[in-house]
Write a new protein. Structure first.
Length: 177
């Protein structure tokens, strides 16, 4: 659900082609499967399209390729940090901390009710809105052909200096949160 909500909010903010968004779980459950039907139903009721999403498992080599990796809850945060070398630890953040949710975990509604899925969607919308505002404030986002990231891969076609500036600005925003 998080990837779908973030992609749509980025699109609405005019950042759809400037931020690369990935989604993966820390466990190997459901790899290759479609999103849970209750999650798809909740997203569809609220104007989102989750049909193309497929479950993947996070791969340790991705740690070097992403500028920011967001864990939805404390357990996944610990799992991701356990995979990371010391120099990669700072790019792994708890979504609720940087998304204006006061550190709140985003619960997994998998075995829950329709109301649980609606609650998670609402948390994601609130948090992603905050995150998109922060990304939109990054000066390098405005440069043509440059990509920043959130669970995200940086694919810059600009100079190394611009890439370093992007990492520096993103690090500053993350440290201010």
């Amino acid at each position: 659900m998080a990837e779908v909500v973030l992609r749509e909010q980025l699109r609405k903010a005019g950042l759809g082609g400037k931020v690369v968004v990935d989604s993966a779980g820390t466990g190997d459950w459901h790899i290759g499967h479609r999103m849970d039907s209750n999650a798809r139903r909740e997203l569809t009721r609220n104007g989102y399209d989750g049909e193309s999403h497929r479950a993947r498992q996070f791969q340790p080599p991705w740690l070097k390729e992403r500028d920011l990796i967001l864990a939805m809850d404390a357990a996944n945060f610990r799992d991701l940090r356990a995979l990371a070398a010391p120099e990669d630890q700072d790019r792994i953040r708890l979504f609720g901390e940087i998304a204006g949710l006061d550190g709140q975990d985003v619960p997994d509604p998998y075995y829950g009710t329709a109301d649980d899925f609606a609650h998670v969607r609402a948390l994601l919308e609130k948090g992603m809105s905050h995150l998109v505002s922060q990304l939109a404030a990054l000066p390098e986002i405005l440069l043509p052909g440059h990509f920043a990231a959130a669970d995200l891969r940086c694919r810059s076609v600009n100079s190394q200096e611009v890439h370093e500036l992007a990492k520096s600005e993103l690090s500053q925003i993350m440290s201010d949160l």
